[in-house]
Design a protein around this ligand. Structure first.
Ligand SMILES: [Mg+2]
Length: 168
């Protein structure tokens, strides 16, 4: 299944670095809206900020978002992270561009995001690892995202949360 993630956590800060190390990950591609912060907000929680800052010490980290350059710059700059914005995930073109920017083969990269049909599908189609996180504020989603999400609960119900295996 092309949109099945390799792991599923309730929030990005619950992802243990030991799992990424087990997979021999060297680079991370992070989604922004509803993964790092709610879509309508610029406020990142202290827990998520700490996780990202620690991740930066361990891996090459890149933000890839379908949102505008203007919004993404306001999130990426304070975290001192490079970004590619205004993409159309799940198109493979943007994922390959991201792997090139990271200087890594997809097998060494883990994509982390809150949408099965954009983040996860794009990652799996191009042979990267993928971790799904529950959306921070799904009520804030755009109408077409909400429409896409209608199919997610049924699919997600089949998988158990990976964090249960990690004592989170
Ligand atoms: Mg998102």
């Amino acid at each position: 299944m092309v949109y099945k993630p390799d792991a599923f956590f309730t929030s990005i800060d619950k992802i243990p670095f030991s799992l990424l190390d087990l997979w021999q990950i060297q680079g991370l591609i992070l989604d922004v809206d509803n993964t790092l912060l709610p879509r309508t907000s610029y406020q990142i929680s202290p827990e998520i900020r700490d996780w990202v800052l620690e991740a930066k010490k361990r891996y090459n980290v890149l933000i890839v978002s379908n949102n505008t350059v203007r919004k993404i710059r306001r999130v990426a700059d304070p975290l001192d992270l490079p970004f590619i914005a205004w993409t159309i995930k799940p198109f493979s073109l943007y994922f390959h561009k991201a792997y090139r920017k990271l200087g890594l083969i997809p097998e060494k990269v883990c994509v982390i995001g809150d949408q099965l049909f954009t983040d996860i599908q794009g990652a799996k189609r191009t042979n990267a690892k993928a971790i799904y996180v529950s959306p921070l504020a799904p009520d804030d989603d755009l109408p077409w995202t909400k429409w896409r999400r209608k199919h997610e609960p049924k699919i997600l119900a089949e998988w158990s949360k990976t964090e249960q295996l990690f004592d989170a």
